[in-house]
Design a protein around this ligand. Structure first.
Ligand code: XUL
Ligand code: MN
Length: 344
């Protein structure tokens, strides 16, 4: 385990509070103001969608987009910030209404793949080697809409085109079971890993596990992360929390279930996460009720909870855990863990 972790989040985590039922309730912060917040909050990594780097990216030629990306890189360098990844935003353009890679329309599939390949060059320009694929609309509202086996092949083909664009680029698939689709094609870590093995260069394809996405799939986030570790594929994480099977809530890390959060930190600690440069990423949303000037507290709180849980993970007497396991005394282990978390 590293002595300390590096933290990242995406600029979309500081937002205006719009939800499906109401408009924005806070004025936007300018990109530079957001970058300043990274410094104030002690974060050094920035996660980007392609159009976080180049807003309205489709309006610009590739050359113009790269030149704008170079400007962003300079702003990062000046502040001592580092780009962690670029994620092509394949869910807003009208050409991605039916999904990107799995659209039933060949032109739309090509748009999605080309946009993803452009993201590779943008990633290189801002100094990172990781593409994150949260495949928002790759799935269906009704089962008969698409051929699910063909969809797998199409997703693999898209990954192969991204890998072929740059021999050093890596892909992290971010699984999520639903929302916006009823059923997504890459719902769990198992699906992400299996897809990676179907690609042309499996070691370069891994996953980003988001806590809330595992919970929405009815799975335990720390077990999903452990599964990725078993395949050497945990390239990144999005820590947050989620209260049951509702809309994707992106709550403060640990705010719903501290023990579940503890186990996520512990699985990172026990598997050397961070020793190869992996970031502790957050994907948390500020509450809609928050005043504009307090729009950053959710990030500070999540980072603080993570750090406090690192102390809890490091001070857990693992020899005692082994004793309880050997005795098959899981009631005893349960109480031991709870007392440790409560400081009793
Ligand atoms: C969606 C989600 C996204 C990705 C980045 O649920 O988590 O913010 O993390 O595209
Ligand atoms: Mn996420």
């Amino acid at each position: 385990m590293p002595a300390s972790y590096r933290f990242s989040f995406g600029p979309w985590n500081i937002h205006e509070g719009a939800d499906p039922f109401g408009p924005p309730v806070r004025k936007s912060f300018a990109f530079d103001e957001k970058l300043r917040a990274y410094i104030d909050l002690g974060f050094t990594g920035v996660q980007f969608h392609d159009d976080d780097v180049v807003p309205e990216i489709d309006r610009f030629s590739h050359r113009e987009a790269l030149s704008k990306a170079r400007d962003v890189k300079k702003r990062l360098d000046d502040l001592g910030l580092v780009a962690e990844f670029v994620a092509p935003r394949l869910w807003e353009d009208p050409r991605t209404i039916d999904g990107g890679y799995t659209s039933n329309d060949a032109d739309e599939r090509e748009y999605a793949v080309e946009r993803s390949v452009r993201s590779v060059e943008i990633a290189r320009e801002i100094g990172c080697d990781l593409i994150v694929l949260w495949l928002a609309r790759e799935g269906t509202y009704i089962r008969e809409a698409k051929d699910p086996k063909l969809a797998v092949a199409r997703i693999v083909d898209a990954c192969n085109r991204i890998l072929a664009a740059d021999p050093g680029i890596r892909i992290a698939i971010e699984p999520k079971p639903n929302e916006p689709m009823d059923q997504a094609y890459l719902p769990t870590m198992g699906h992400a890993c299996a897809t990676a093995y179907l690609t042309s260069d499996p070691p370069r394809v891994g996953a980003l596990m988001e806590s809330a996405h595992a919970i929405l799939a009815g799975l335990d986030p720390s077990d999903e992360m452990a599964y990725a570790f078993a395949h050497d594929k945990l390239f990144s994480v999005h820590f947050n929390d989620q209260n049951g099977l509702k809309y994707d809530q992106d709550k403060v890390f640990g705010s719903v279930d501290l023990r579940r959060a503890f186990n996520q930190v512990r699985v990172l600690e026990r598997n050397g996460y961070g020793s190869r440069g992996e970031w502790v990423g957050l994907d948390v949303k500020v509450q809609r009720t928050q005043r504009r000037e307090d729009s950053f507290a959710h990030l500070a709180h999540s980072k603080e909870v993570f750090e406090l849980l690192v102390e809890k993970a490091r001070s857990l007497d693992e020899a005692r855990v082994e004793d309880f396991r050997a005795a098959r005394d899981y009631e005893g282990l349960d109480a031991f863990v709870l007392r440790h978390l409560l400081g009793a």
